[in-house]
Design a binder for this molecule. Structure first.
Ligand SMILES: [Zn+2]
Length: 421
């Protein structure tokens, strides 16, 4: 992609009144644009990151052991389904809209009210179970506190997977496997690294009516709106909303914990029969008796995850994208306005493109080297390749990785050996 054609504008000055680093950087570097409170456009740079995150999630949801099958359910949903579960009245963030003739609809904030009656049309016997359906789709929540940029929005892309089981034991087993799948996703996206400071913690939260706890995945950041307590011994965290005075860790019985601010990047629930009962979702078991289907629900907000990646991967100059989600792998920059450099840079651009390496080529003639470098740091592409008079004298280019301070002089014919996807 030629940078002279890219639809974006960057800004050097920090935004006034924003509450998170990710909000400031993503807007200033030209990844997102705010339409109104909690509603954002993803610009060309932003959509590339979002698609990379989407692909990581999709792969993990489709593969063993998640074994999800992708569907796409409607945003527009009938009021009757929401009345059946009582959530037309009880869910305060539900967007309700009126159509012709005053007929009312919900804009889906989650999809139990659609997926449960859908499952009923296809699940009849124990032989039809277990099964898992997922989608990556836009959701709506009428958040009163829409702030912190894309960390908390009113319209957002979400992956939600619903699992259906014949027994509680089968759900329990699947749930344990999904905990690992989730950590794998967060690791691939650069917000989980294991060890003593994993960045993202399994966090017990209130479980609702069918299990003692649900699990959240909380990433430590100052921009976070949640307070969690991390057990110093086993690293299991507990959300403030369920933390009891002088409580001990439910896992290891340790009594020392550390208070941290965090943002929730995913959550998983054992729904049990909460939604299968109102929709009469049953199956015929081996012994011929009819039983309600046992359900689980597994969510990840993609925009929020993107914001969180920036929260934990940046410095004072800008974003430091992990390679797995970066908008481009290479930022190619020609530093002087002359034909020799342009020809050399174009040659490198073609070599990289031929190798299917995603390159943003700063071909602009009206920007100084300093301006180009400052902007490259702000945008945060993993490899920066600089072509200048000086480097060409050695038949080489300068290569700098965004997360390192060292600059390497690399012969042009050796370039492909040091760019790692
Ligand atoms: Zn513990």
């Amino acid at each position: 992609m030629l940078q002279s054609h890219l639809f974006y504008k960057t800004s050097r000055d920090k935004l006034a009144g924003v509450e998170s680093v990710s909000h400031d950087l993503l807007v200033r570097a030209g990844f997102v644009d705010q339409l109104m409170a909690g509603v954002y456009t993803f610009l060309p740079l932003g959509i590339r990151v979002l698609k990379n995150i989407e692909n990581i999630i999709r792969q993990n949801m489709s593969a063993n052991p998640a074994n999800g099958q992708e569907v796409l359910m409607p945003v527009l949903q009938p009021k009757e389904n929401w009345q059946k579960t009582g959530r037309w009245e009880s869910l305060d963030v539900l967007f309700k809209i009126k159509g012709n003739g005053d007929k009312e609809y919900a804009l889906g904030p989650t999809h139990e009210e659609v997926v449960s009656p859908l499952a009923k049309k296809n699940i009849f016997s124990y032989k039809d179970l277990p099964i898992a359906l997922f989608q990556i789709q836009t959701k709506f929540r009428d958040e009163l506190r829409a702030k912190s940029g894309i960390l908390r929005t009113r319209e957002f892309l979400m992956k939600d997977l619903y699992s259906f089981h014949s027994t509680q034991e089968d759900l329990d087993k699947y749930y344990e496997k999904m905990l690992k799948v989730y950590f794998n996703i967060f690791k691939e996206c650069g917000v989980y690294k294991g060890g003593k400071n994993p960045m993202t913690y399994r966090t017990l939260s209130s479980g609702g009516s069918f299990s003692k706890y649900s699990d959240e995945f909380q990433t430590i950041t100052e921009a976070g709106e949640d307070i969690i307590y991390v057990c110093k011994k086993c690293q299991l965290a507990v959300n403030k909303e369920i933390k009891l005075e002088n409580s001990v860790c439910p896992n290891c019985k340790g009594s020392e914990s550390e208070e941290k601010k965090a943002v929730e990047v995913g959550n998983i629930f054992k729904l049990g029969t909460k939604y299968s009962l109102p929709f009469d979702l049953k199956f015929k078991d081996k012994d011929g008796t009819e039983k309600p289907v046992i359900m689980g629900c597994f969510g990840i907000g993609l925009g929020r995850l993107m914001g969180t990646i920036v929260e934990v991967n940046h410095d004072e100059k800008g974003i430091i994208w992990p390679k797995s989600v970066a908008p481009f792998l290479v930022h190619l920059i020609g530093v002087q306005d002359n034909k020799k450099i342009k020809t050399a840079a174009e040659k490198i651009y073609n070599i990289l493109q031929k190798e299917k390496i995603e390159v943003l080529y700063d071909d602009r003639q009206d920007k100084s080297a300093g301006e180009k470098f400052a902007e490259a740091d702000l945008i945060g592409i993993p490899y920066r390749i600089i072509v200048s008079e000086k480097t060409l004298k050695n038949n080489a280019v300068e290569v700098k990785e965004r997360d390192k301070n060292t600059v390497k002089l690399v012969k042009i014919n050796q370039l492909l050996k040091i760019i790692h996807v």
